[in-house]
Design a protein around this ligand. Structure first.
Ligand SMILES: Cc1cc2nc3c(=O)[nH]c(=O)nc-3n(C[C@H](O)[C@H](O)[C@H](O)COP(=O)(O)OP(=O)(O)OC[C@H]3O[C@@H](n4cnc5c(N)ncnc54)[C@H](O)[C@@H]3O)c2cc1C
Length: 474
């Protein structure tokens, strides 16, 4: 019997697992996909928002500011790529100037520090490639960029090291509510847990309804993106937003932690929860809107387009509360943007609710809360030479676009939560993230996975269950 079962291994489930695994509890994370961070957490804008956007008084406003401060401390501790480059909301007319003043005032009420309204000249001084008719901007120095899936993976790895079980490829299909525990049926097994944290993203309403009555619904909204080559990565220096609309924060233009340029997203409401397609119409909207920020973007340098699904709810705020039917079932639902920025603070609230629901959670005497992770490309020549001497696999370059070594792939494959797919290695080591998008390195990664994990060559998957690459090896 588990003390707590966390359903969903996105950033919310990962954050809850990270903190709960430091307590004397038997816990598990149940995830339907082949890896952690396979839902919305891997497909978003990757921004740690400063916190001026949510309406004051909302749960989102409170947790955004706290969460982004927590992530600033967590990222170096967990060796996760994070850069505090600051954000600008650009104003191009009088109405936009009113909007940035409104956002400034909201930010003050929400406790955002360091914001400033910049003039046109000041804006162009720090961001010379944007449209020159910019009238001013809202500068928020605390905003940052991050690798969202690496944050999620790092938190899960630490939780796994602390003894949390990860039940991957286990889709929850049924939950029976007993007087003092829940019986959870997945596609692979039955298990029991005294408490449940429902962090199932766009499926959180379905999970809640499996156990009892549910008083919210999730209405997925798709956002599409272009990811451009690194030669476009320094067109802008900061995270650039246009003024937000009813539909969301609008199309941003921003560098990524890997040095690429990301532009997007659009917003398409009432989307099917499995529809992650990109469309000509959606991407054209992104391109045309981003060009209103800067006309310097060369879309021929696009290396990938992708989309993510916002877990919008009928309540328009985060839902972090016990279910109607039990204090032992905590919903972490409706976690749309700024959910990534808020995740550690969301976990704090969830832990507090578990405790209020009667769960004793004494701290373990001995636990991990940090992680070491080697990124070969970031080392000095002296450090590289020393590492190769100690472990020659770091001298074998597998991904030529991003200079990723065999040593880094082995580090991922022998981590506390090893991936078994080519994209799982990609999210941990950065292989296949460069200009060729895996064209050269994927076959070699394929071989290494097969060799190291002892998986027959033809059984290695690209990403999701059943995504085999070869049918036979001759
Ligand atoms: C277009 C877009 C842009 C965004 N940009 C930002 C941003 O820049 N900054 C920011 O702070 N936030 C942003 N967000 C929001 C942020 O990405 C989300 O709030 C966050 O990733 C939600 O995490 P989660 O853990 O709740 O959900 P998810 O990451 O979706 O995780 C839920 C998990 O539950 C699993 N699951 C579902 N059903 C079952 C089942 N039956 N059994 C087992 N497992 C199940 C899923 O497979 C999934 O892995 C953006 C979102 C979108 C869509």
């Amino acid at each position: 019997m588990y003390d707590v079962a966390i359903i969903g291994a996105g950033i919310c489930g990962a954050s809850v697992a990270y903190y709960l695994s430091q307590k004397k509890l038997k816990i598990c994370v149940i995830e339907k996909e082949t890896d952690v961070s396979m839902g919305t957490t891997k497909a978003n804008s990757a921004i740690i928002h400063a916190g001026y956007d949510p309406k004051p008084g909302t749960i989102m406003a409170r947790l955004n500011v706290r969460g982004s401060a927590m992530i600033k401390e967590l990222a170096p501790k967990l060796s996760v790529p994070y850069k505090q480059i600051g954000s600008l909301v650009l104003a191009f007319d009088e109405r936009d100037l009113d909007t940035i003043n409104l956002l400034y005032n909201r930010g003050i009420q929400n406790g955002v520090v360091g914001m400033k309204i910049l003039s046109s000249r000041e804006t162009l001084e720090i961001e010379p490639n944007i449209r020159t008719d910019v009238k001013g901007s809202l500068w928020a120095p605390s905003a940052a960029i991050i690798s969202p899936w690496e944050l999620c993976i790092a938190m899960c790895e630490v939780a796994a090291e602390n003894g949390c079980d990860f039940l991957l490829e286990n889709e929850v299909t049924k939950i029976k509510s007993e007087p003092s525990f829940f019986e959870i049926t997945t596609t692979e097994r039955k298990l029991q847990a005294k408490y449940i944290v429902n962090a199932a993203g766009i499926y959180s309403d379905r999970i809640c309804s499996m156990a009892g009555s549910c008083d919210f619904s999730i209405l997925p909204s798709k956002g599409q993106y272009y990811l451009l080559d690194k030669n476009q990565g320094d067109i802008v220096r900061h995270i650039l937003f246009q003024c937000p609309t009813e539909l969301g924060k609008g199309v941003l233009v921003s560098p990524t932690t890997a040095g690429n340029l990301i532009i997007g997203p659009n917003a398409e409401s009432n989307n099917h929860p499995e529809d992650l397609s990109t469309t000509r119409y959606g991407l054209d909207y992104v391109a045309v809107t981003a060009a209103k920020t800067t006309d310097k973007i060369n879309l021929r340098e696009n290396v990938r387009s992708f989309s993510g699904l916002r877990a919008n709810s009928n309540r328009d705020d985060f839902i972090i509360e016990p279910a109607l039917f039990s204090q032992r079932f905590i919903n972490v639902a409706g976690i749309k943007s700024p959910g990534l920025s808020s995740a550690p603070a969301i976990a704090e609230v969830a832990l507090d609710l578990l405790e209020k629901g009667g769960l004793a959670m004494p701290q373990k005497e001995d636990y991990k809360n940090s992680r070491k992770h080697i990124v070969f490309n970031e080392l000095t020549d002296e450090q590289k030479n020393k590492l190769i001497k100690e472990n020659p696999s770091f001298g074998n370059i597998i991904c030529r676009c991003n200079t990723v070594t065999e040593g880094e792939i082995l580090q991922a494959l022998h981590s506390p939560l090893p991936p078994k797919t080519i994209d799982g290695v990609k999210r941990r080591a950065g292989t296949g993230m460069g200009r060729c998008q895996g064209g050269f390195c994927s076959p070699r990664v394929h071989e290494i996975i097969s060799r190291e994990l002892n998986i027959p060559f033809e059984k290695v998957e690209q990403d999701r269950k059943g995504s085999y690459i070869v049918s036979e090896k001759f």
